[in-house]
Design a protein around this ligand. Sequence first.
Ligand SMILES: [Zn+2]
Length: 63
Amino acid sequence: MLFCMQCEKRLTSDEVAIYRRLIYRDAEEYLCKACLAEKMKTTEAEIERKIEHFKSIGCTLFL
Ligand SMILES: [Zn+2]
């Protein structure tokens, strides 16, 4: 089980995948959607939109 390195919220597999897709593919620690949005100066909704986008193009990180 994985937890956000910043707020310690339990992570979903999508949150792990989007972090690896956007930040660092070989990461061993991750951020939840809220903390990732803050880091990227965007919104959680935008992170969710990106997750759906990468799923729709068949990105293998999101299996
Ligand atoms: Zn967090």
